[in-house]
Design a protein around this ligand. Structure first.
Ligand code: MRU
Length: 369
């Protein structure tokens, strides 16, 4: 996708023998565009934990590159042990998105096949590149399948503007390219459908207000940022045709963990008979679990994210942070919530659209049966 007309992906490597790894630092967006080099295992783990990058698919790809960076630092003695410690360090960064666990599992599998120290770096680099490429292709296909759904909804409205509500940022910045929830919207817009996106600001990190609005704006897609509490009102007044979100981890039975606040949108959509779809690649499906409430770990982040707002001072253009809450008030910051499968109309995956149920999911992914 493009920023100021120049094509970018959210993570890439450059060079042949020992390529350097770069990401778009998402923290200063939308006010400042900065590229960061991840030059060590430590810098990669910090970037994931401190959300220089975020979004389930991107976290997975970044972790895969983290293993390549760890391989570059591996000592001749104990290199296998070093790699296993690196895997654990990366696994500890963020608990909810399953893409991270899966990417690390794949890299651990690579490790078991590496016989000589001299092959370590190239083997982990090749896997990281493969996972990155796969992620791009998965998102491209999600866009294609989601487009067929949007076409149907648009036809029902006789070509009038389709109003889509989204939560958090599940665009290309959260992936490598295209996005998950935003991929069908980009495809629809590019194919000439009339779309407008309601963008939940998504407190406390404001991924919607800062990142989704930025992405959509860069692509020229009509959108409006709304406070998180506005969706229900819009739905009651017929101003939303579809809710489309991403997922950080979905069970094989279709329970969806996504950014905190997603559940409330699903409830409101259900009450107002509005379709609620989740777009996600197979890398975000945890085929090993069946009960989202009991089995998906929900990340709790620092309370400072609730206390402080980050933004641009309109007076001097500087980025700054301001305290919102009383100095002595405590805050609690659950980062994700669980939307039960019964509230989800369907899942849009790289293999097509299915019901949010074990039967539906396994029909698309029979090899997981
Ligand atoms: O905490 P984040 O910003 O990493 O969470 C990401 C999300 O919850 C997004 O909504 C997204 O849907 C999942 S990744 C495409």
């Amino acid at each position: 996708m493009k920023i100021n007309g120049k094509p970018y992906t959210s993570i890439w490597d450059e060079g042949e023998t020992s390529p350097r790894v770069y990401i778009i630092d998402q923290r200063p967006l939308p006010h400042r565009f900065e590229v960061e080099e991840l030059d060590s295992l430590e810098s990669c783990a910090t970037a994931i934990r401190e959300m220089h990058l975020r979004g389930a698919p991107l976290i997975g790809v970044a972790a895969a590159y983290g293993m390549y960076l760890a391989a570059r630092e591996a000592p001749l003695k104990n290199w296998r042990e070093h790699m296993l410690q690196a895997a654990q360090q990366l696994l500890n960064t963020r608990p909810t998105a399953v893409d991270l666990t899966k990417a690390i599992e794949q890299q651990k599998q690579v490790l078991t096949q590496v016989k000589n120290f001299s092959n370590l770096v190239s083997a982990h680099l090749a896997k990281a590149r493969e996972i990155r490429k796969q992620s791009i292709e998965q998102c491209r296909r999600i866009g294609k399948h989601g487009l067929s759904l949007l076409r149907k909804l648009s036809a029902k409205k006789k070509g009038q503007t389709l109003n889509i509500l989204t939560h958090c940022n599940a665009g290309w910045l959260a992936c490598v390219d295209y996005g998950t929830a935003l991929a069908p919207i980009y495809a629809a817009f590019d194919s000439g459908l009339k779309v407008h996106v309601w963008v939940d600001e998504t407190r406390p990190r404001n991924q919607g207000a800062r990142l989704t609005a930025f992405e959509l704006g860069q692509h020229g897609i009509p959108h409006t940022v709304i406070a998180d509490n506005t969706g229900g009102h819009l739905m009651q007044h017929g101003m939303v045709d579809l809710v489309l979100v991403g997922s950080d981890r979905t069970t094989r039975t279709g329970d969806v963990a996504n950014k905190i606040g997603t559940y409330l949108k699903a409830l409101a959509a259900y009450d107002n008979h509005i379709p609620f779809y989740v777009a996600l690649p197979a890398s975000s499906i945890d085929f090993s679990i069946t009960d989202g409430f009991r089995q998906i770990p929900i990340e709790e982040r620092s309370e400072s994210e609730i206390h402080y707002l980050q933004g641009k001072n309109p007076g001097n253009g500087q980025l700054q942070s301001i305290r919102l809450t009383p100095d002595l008030s405590p805050a609690s910051n659950f980062s994700f919530d669980l939307t039960p499968a019964r509230l989800v109309t369907g899942l849009i995956t790289e293999r097509g659209i299915c019901t949010a149920s074990e039967k539906g999911i396994l029909k698309l992914f029979p090899e997981k049966n």
